[in-house]
Design a protein. Sequence first.
Length: 98
Amino acid sequence: MSAAGWFIVLLALAGANVPFLNQRFFAVVPMKAAKKSVWLRLAELMVLYFVVGALGFMLEARAGNRFDQGWQFYAITFSLFVVFAFPGFTWQYLVKRR
């Protein structure tokens, strides 16, 4: 796998955990509420999936060998993105803090 491929995988790992590791909107905008809702976190996860996918598409097009993808590709990559979000989800909702 090329360096661009590893970059996208690491970016997807970081991007999938951003909604769960902080209380800011897209890790930038402070929220008025004390905690973000689950629905807002899931919406952020969806948007970040498309942002990482667009960056991957751009890197693939820049390399010169852009391939057409079917629905199966997007279903698998979204599932992988959700699996990448598991550490952040676990930290936010399953770890008991004192």
